[in-house]
Write a protein that binds this ligand. Structure first.
Ligand SMILES: N[C@H](CCC[C@H](N)C(=O)O)C(=O)O
Length: 287
């Protein structure tokens, strides 16, 4: 089929966005992978589908596929591209919409200054629901289940890293590092992504604390590798830092591709993600 798409990004995390209301989309994982392929296809970290809602009270349904072809629960940077896309395409006249995802309902809002704020819902912190297998792990150094030891097999050696396990609908393992630019993201990111204690795999975050309202963050994403920014990863990192008493809301997040802002007032409360969304080009592809 000849597929119409829009190429977009949120702080450098890039997307192929597809109107699946006016186009019949029923692709195989191989076709999603082709769309995401930076040589044989369009190229993107994720592919985002705009669909009619199935839940009453929602304006749209939002489906997300990683570059590896797998469908996932949530994408924070993508939710900002989503609301900009539906406004630009005239699919909605509202500045604030409710969007159904596999992880629940989120609410992106177009701000007057062109930025977008998204109510990402409340984080999930119970290990079994991340999901993270912590059954045989002993008590936490700081209590409140904020840190877990993860043993990585590096060649013949074994290295232990301490991670916080947080779900924003999708799973995240966040660790604090002294310097993100020196962090072994490419080496340990894949080991964490595929660690057996994360049965659905996991996004691996590397967070440097600049001050109590400012971090630098790199994320080796499940199904995509390191991206220039990760919205849910930024939410998870700030939640982990606040729970560990290292950060205070709101927090500026410096990603390699741009700047995001995260606000969270504590357990049971929604996490709010604010940042940019950019339309790069429109295209068509035979797929
Ligand atoms: N790789 C993620 C999905 C995309 C998340 C990220 N791009 C964001 O902005 O939240 C996962 O497999 O859970």
């Amino acid at each position: 089929m000849k597929l119409k798409f829009t190429k977009m990004h949120g702080a450098g995390n890039d997307f192929v966005v597809i109107d699946a209301i006016h186009q019949q989309i029923d692709f195989t994982p191989e076709q999603w992978r082709k769309l995401g392929d930076r040589r044989f296809g369009v190229g993107a970290d994720q592919i985002l589908l705009v669909e009619r809602p199935t839940q009453p009270g929602c304006d749209f349904r939002y489906r997300i596929f990683n570059a590896d072809g797998g469908e996932v629960e949530q994408c924070g940077n993508g939710s900002r591209a989503f609301v900009k896309f539906v406004a630009e395409k005239g699919l909605s006249q509202a500045r604030s919409i409710t969007v159904e995802t596999k992880a629940g309902v989120i609410a992106p809002r177009l701000e007057d200054d062109g930025s977008i704020t998204v109510d990402m819902g409340a984080p999930v912190l119970e290990p079994a629901r991340v999901p993270f297998d912590a059954d045989d792990l002993q008590g936490q150094p700081e209590g409140r289940d904020t840190l877990w030891p993860l043993v990585l097999e590096l060649g013949g050696a074994r290295e232990q890293v301490l991670v916080s396990a947080v779900s924003m609908g999708n799973p995240h393992a966040v660790q604090v590092v002294d310097d993100v630019d020196q962090a072994p993201v490419e080496l340990t990111g894949p080991l964490i992504e595929h660690h057996t204690r994360f049965p659905n795999r996991v996004n691996a975050g590397f967070m440097q604390i600049v001050n109590r309202h400012h971090i630098k963050l790199r994320v080796y994403e499940r199904g995509a590798g390191e991206t220039l920014a990760c919205g849910t990863g930024s939410c998870a990192a700030v939640v982990a830092g606040i729970r560990r008493g290292l950060l205070d809301s709101p927090v500026r997040v410096d990603a390699r591709g741009g700047q995001l802002s995260i606000a969270w007032e504590g357990e049971g409360q929604s996490v709010y993600l604010t940042g940019p969304a950019v339309t790069v080009f429109e295209g068509e592809i035979e797929i």
